[in-house]
Design a protein around this ligand. Sequence first.
Ligand code: C2O
Ligand code: CU
Ligand code: CU
Length: 434
Amino acid sequence: LRSAGGALAVTLESAPGQVTIAGRTVRALGYNGGTPGPTLRVRAGDTLSVSLRNGLTDPSNLHVHGLHVSPENNSDNMFVTVPAGESFDYQYDLPANHPPGVYWYHPHQHGFVTDQVFGGLFGAIIVEDPDPIPADRERLLVVSDITISSAGTVPAATSMEKMSGREGELVLVNGQLNPGMTARPGERERWRIVNASVSRYLRLRLDGQRMTLLGIDSGRFESARDVEEIVLAPGNRADLLVTGASGTSVLRTLPYDRGSSGGMMGGGFSPATDDVALATLTVAGETADEPAAIPRQPTPRDLRSTTVTARRELVFAMGMGGMGGGMMTPTINGRVFDPSRDDETVQFGSVEEWLLTNTSPLDHPLHLHVWPMQIVEQDGQAVETAIWQDVVNIRARSTTRVRIAFEDFSGRTVYHCHILDHEDAGMMGIIQAR
Ligand code: C2O
Ligand code: CU
Ligand code: CU
């Protein structure tokens, strides 16, 4: 669905339904009967209106992940609850300088987020480039994972899965198992990849083809760079170009070590150790004409030359207690989420530096709403160029440093771990900019 005349108005209805996955009929969730839901295409300066109808039996709501829009009123307000059977009209006004790229939407009702996203409630939002990047074709690959019981339902998570972050047995692209794609040699394709998995990290390879990364999340590099591998934490997106070379190539996700909770208690969790085929690209036929050069992108803003007005530290830990017998509770600064408490108050217009310390044996991908983060130091190492992301992974027992400009919008919103089981367990805080 594409905006016209500066506006796009859509209705999204979340509801349970029958979907076909790998030839099986499954009772899962979807927006407007599909997983993923409709793709919403807008431009900077547009107004996106979404009428959300909650056809679930639980409360829900909507979040536009990564969009730089107001967190107040009926915009991206995290304190709206839409009870089962009711509706809510959201309106998002994108600023005229909104960065182009791939974003996504999903429910954000605390305590229900993981079940609803894992069940199939998510979709992509594309903010078009003001000057299109020359490509022969564009593809959207929304990657998710799901587990299907023998009864054809999505089973409830175990307490171990909730503690470590559930990973589904099947990894899907646009709701399908290993879909096929075709291209001609020399063709350039624009791929937008969304990691909509609730806990699974993707470590993507496409051996035999050339992958050129334009950016991650809303961040774009000044010059696109050739890469062999792309790591996407839950919630991250990649914007890339694939140049076809004759042959058949499999887009795979390789095992990613996001730590282990094995040492924390009896049993323990083992992260996915398999190498999964996500999609297959067959490149054959007559060689296409050489595509036009990739235009240079604007130099990314670099907050390292800006005066920092405040510093704060967030400590991510797995603490004892809570969640029942012997389980560990994920915390930020020793606390679990309390919707009535403002954890951090920042001054509107300020630039802050946050030291993110992860003392736990698991990675935690930090996501901040509304304001993007510039990574200045990752895993204790200074980064060379300005990288802007809205989900920043903090490796197990490591530190990361980011800078944030609290501008354009004031208001109250959240930051949290994007391993959604952790978010539902309370690894989330409230931030108020005023
Ligand atoms: Cu994608 Cu607060 O979430
Ligand atoms: Cu978000
Ligand atoms: Cu976490």
